[in-house]
Design a protein around this ligand. Structure first.
Ligand SMILES: Nc1ncnc2c1ncn2[C@@H]1O[C@H](COP(=O)(O)OP(=O)(O)OP(=O)(O)O)[C@@H](O)[C@H]1O
Ligand SMILES: [Mg+2]
Length: 238
């Protein structure tokens, strides 16, 4: 019954999210149903307040829907207990935030090691894998730099390395270029495109059309519902 496998890594059905604000309610999602194919690169667009972050947070298991169903890799997550959700977050999901969310007192290597530490992996192996992840995002020469000793684009690369160090099934990113200048933003998108070509599934929120253009599918939200869903021709090498 709970098994909804196939090509879709994500299936959601009639998802709603209602925030209670004292006497009033905010209907942030109003019954979202869609599927996301494994290996795809999706951009979620839409005006401020349309429900993009609310939707991504539910997909990333950072919050729960008020009603509706969510399957991740065929597993129904909308009614899993909190302990199982935490495991899922640590193993299946990488999350990148607009403001990087790095530990300011830890260097790049220690920041990237963190998810492995939670997983009880030994120090040597942690170091090795964190170094590899940082090399993969082009920061092999910045391992011992703290966040305030890195540029914005480099900080976001550390956050991406941290999100990928556990080899998750899917990478979520909420406005990953929102705090970056145009050039750093483009280089982060080039990195996302590379990660996508290597087979990673990426779901990214952005309000910038130039950023969304890197994705192969664009879903636009308005008032808590997807109103437009466009698939581009598969991008060829440019
Ligand atoms: N924790 C919360 N409590 C109450 N209302 C909330 C909460 N989080 C979001 N909302 C409301 O839900 C709606 C959707 O918010 P959401 O953050 O998902 O929008 P968004 O599309 O990500 O916007 P932006 O582009 O500005 O980031 C908004 O009307 C917002 O005010
Ligand atoms: Mg948002």
């Amino acid at each position: 019954m709970a098994d909804r496998s196939g090509d879709s890594i994500i299936v959601v059905e009639s998802l709603t999210k209602v925030y209670a604000m004292g006497e009033t309610e905010v209907h942030a999602l109003r019954g979202v149903s869609l599927e996301i194919a494994a290996g795809s690169f999706v951009a979620i667009m839409g005006p401020s307040g349309s429900g993009k972050t609310t939707f991504l947070d539910i997909l990333g298991c950072l919050s729960r829907p008020t009603s509706g169903h969510y399957w991740l890799k065929g597993q129904k997550v909308s009614d899993l207990p909190e302990t199982r959700l935490a495991e899922l977050r640590n193993h299946e999901i990488g999350f990148v935030f607009q403001n990087f969310n790095l530990l300011s007192r830890a260097d790049a290597l220690a920041n990237v090691e963190l998810p492995l530490l939670y997983d009880g992996i030994g120090r040597r192996e942690r170091r090795r894998r964190a170094r590899e992840a940082l090399e993969a995002v082009g920061l092999g020469d910045r391992l011992d730099h703290r966040p305030n000793e890195l540029s914005g684009g480099q900080r976001q690369r550390v956050a991406i390395a941290r999100a990928l160090v556990n080899q998750p099934s899917i990478l979520f990113a909420d406005e990953p270029t929102g705090n970056l200048d145009t050039q750093s933003g483009q280089s982060i998108m080039t990195l996302f495109r590379e990660l996508h070509r290597k087979g990673n599934t990426i779901v990214m929120v952005t309000h910038e059309a130039e950023v969304a253009a890197y994705a192969e599918r664009e879903i636009s939200f308005r008032d808590g519902l997807p109103v437009k869903d466009i698939c581009r021709e598969k991008t060829t090498d440019q």
